[in-house]
Design a protein around this ligand. Structure first.
Ligand code: KG4
Ligand code: ZN
Length: 331
């Protein structure tokens, strides 16, 4: 069974062909970094326009790289939310058009669930219960997976997402957009213990808060304009990773879960990956860390999630829309 997946929720136009929900035959991601970089962040209207221009060539490339034609595809899936409404509509409309033209099922996919599902694509042997840390540019949450396709949100950020904090701090440090990879790189040359930034809401349940940490970085730079930028980046990253990883362990303890899973763009962060891998070993757990290309936005995770839902619930009606505020559905 071949599924064509499409992802256009934010600033990546992506398409992929996945076989039997497991084997990635192709995964094409066209980043719009050049479009948004000079604005220091994603401009929604520009994102929608760029998706319109890129969607057909990206889909064509994904089919070509998988060595298949439209006629070989058994179902088509698109991210229907959460995300930017104009951006989502481009992918959803393209997928519905393909479904109609090729007379194949359409499957609407939740972007958060797709990030979470990326771990299965990398490790099909994953068995619930799982404690999942989902950290992206728009979301930060701890999720319990008690059985396949069933999610319980245990905690979430009360203000900024972790990725948003990385992006904002990177902007303050003059590192440009997107900020996460830039901070990850610069932090390697810095001392993570140089500055004692706060660990917001540490020891206070499973919710997160990152806006105060960003303010602490701004204040530090104001009072210490000569501060070493690499030390600031490393110390900020250390504070974020401390909070994320310690709360993941608390969630795993509460669930009695032996398996830790990361998902979302921030899960590509090298410091977070190292820490979670180390903590898993120390607590005799297993850590499943999808490779970085499966953590950041891609369409392979969308096609794989669609395969599971098509089996469980069948296709999505073509009159269903896009939902920019879609949450992670329970089950
Ligand atoms: O999942 P994603 O690609 O898109 C959303 O669904 O939001 O996540 C993007 C976020 C951005 O905030 C980006 O700065 C962050 O993930 N990110 C990273 C790294 N790579 C991407 N943050 C920290 N370290 C990284 N290596
Ligand atoms: Zn994402």
């Amino acid at each position: 069974m071949l599924i064509l997946g499409i992802e256009t929720s934010c600033d990546e136009t992506a398409a992929a062909v996945v076989e039997d929900g497991k084997r990635v035959r192709s995964s094409v991601v066209s980043s719009q970094i050049d479009v948004h970089a000079r604005f220091g962040g994603v401009v929604p209207e520009l994102a929608s326009r760029a998706h319109v221009e890129l969607i057909n060539p990206v889909v064509a490339t994904a089919l070509e790289e998988a060595n298949v034609r439209f006629a070989d595809v058994d179902a088509v899936a698109a991210t229907s939310g959460p995300g930017l409404i104009g951006a989502l509509l481009v992918g959803v409309s393209a997928a519905k058009g393909i479904a109609l033209a090729c007379d194949i099922p359409y499957v609407a996919v939740n972007h958060l669930e797709a990030h979470l599902h990326a771990a299965w694509l990398d490790s099909p042997e994953l068995e619930p219960p799982l404690a999942v840390l989902l950290v992206s540019g728009g979301h930060t949450m701890l999720v319990a997976v008690d059985r396949p396709l069933s999610y319980r949100v245990l905690g979430a950020t009360v203000d900024d997402a972790a990725g948003e904090a990385f992006d904002k701090v990177a902007r303050v440090l003059g590192l440009g957009y997107p900020g996460g990879p830039a901070i990850d790189g610069l932090a390697r040359q810095g001392d993570p213990a140089a500055i004692g930034f706060p660990r917001p809401m540490a020891g206070e349940g499973l919710d997160f808060s990152f806006s105060g940490l960003k303010t602490a970085v701004v204040n530090h730079l104001r009072h210490h304009p000569e501060a070493d930028r690499a030390d600031v980046a490393a110390s900020f990253q250390e504070a974020v990773v401390d909070v994320l990883s310690s709360k993941l362990l608390v969630a795993a303890d509460e669930l009695g879960a032996r398996t830790l899973v990361l998902g979302g763009g921030v899960a590509a962060n090298s410091c977070l990956r190292d820490r979670v891998a180390r903590l898993a070993t120390e607590t005799r757990r297993e850590a499943f860390l999808p490779p970085p290309w499966l953590c950041t936005d891609n369409a392979a995770m969308v096609a794989a999630t669609a395969a599971a839902h098509l089996r469980a619930d069948g296709p999505t009606p073509l009159n269903s829309g896009a939902d920019p505020g879609r949450g992670l559905a329970g089950g």
